[in-house]
Design a protein around this ligand. Structure first.
Ligand SMILES: [Zn+2]
Length: 194
């Protein structure tokens, strides 16, 4: 599948979700057995861990369709990078979508740190620290700071992925596309970033 065809398939599934036309997709025993023999997902998604943003639901896809990496704030750290490099290099997914979302608690925490120097407990501080540069970079932009930081954070994760030594040759060869998008909790719509 080409990157463009993969993106179209995501768009089609998302349109079904947005239209409220989602029907339960039964997984037959035969389908499960086929999947047990090997996976051939057509896209990988780096999404937030937020309970309201499940990619299989938002894009209306079934078991085996999406290779999903989820971490609060959809940051691209070494473990997330390794997972996505595996998806592209070993499973040959032609598309990676970094999917941020509105009202993200992780981004809001990072903005609070940038704005007020808020001290966060435990490893939550480490997570927020990974997003603070996106918050600082959008400090003086007009509009809502959290919204702006959310888009910036997605762009930065896309940038990290594009710099990967495993992923960048695939992108250059036209075998992989890496795009950013934001899911709006309020409307259910996914908007792709430029
Ligand atoms: Zn979130």
């Amino acid at each position: 599948m080409t990157p463009q065809a993969a993106l179209e398939r995501l768009r089609d599934g998302h349109a079904t979700f947005l239209a409220g036309a989602v029907q339960t997709r039964p997984q037959s025993a035969a389908q499960r057995e086929a999947l047990a023999a090997g996976q051939h997902p057509f896209a990988a998604i780096l999404a937030c861990a937020d309970s309201r943003t499940g990619p299989e639901i938002v894009f209306h896809q079934a078991l085996g369709d999406l290779f999903v990496v989820r971490v609060a704030g959809n940051v691209a750290g070494t473990m997330e990078l390794g997972s996505l490099e595996y998806a592209a290099a070993e499973l040959a997914v032609p598309l990676i979508v970094v999917l941020g979302h509105s009202r993200c608690g992780a981004v809001k925490a990072a903005v609070d740190v940038a704005k007020n120097g808020t001290a966060l407990p435990g490893h939550i501080a480490d997570l927020a620290a990974a997003i603070v540069p996106a918050a600082q970079a959008t400090r003086d932009q007009s509009g809502d700071w959290v919204d702006n930081a959310t888009r910036e954070n997605v762009r930065r994760s896309v940038g990290v992925l594009k710099e990967s030594r495993v992923l960048s040759p695939l992108v250059d060869a036209g075998r992989l596309q890496i795009v950013g998008a934001v899911y709006a909790l309020e409307t259910g719509a996914v908007s792709y970033l430029d």
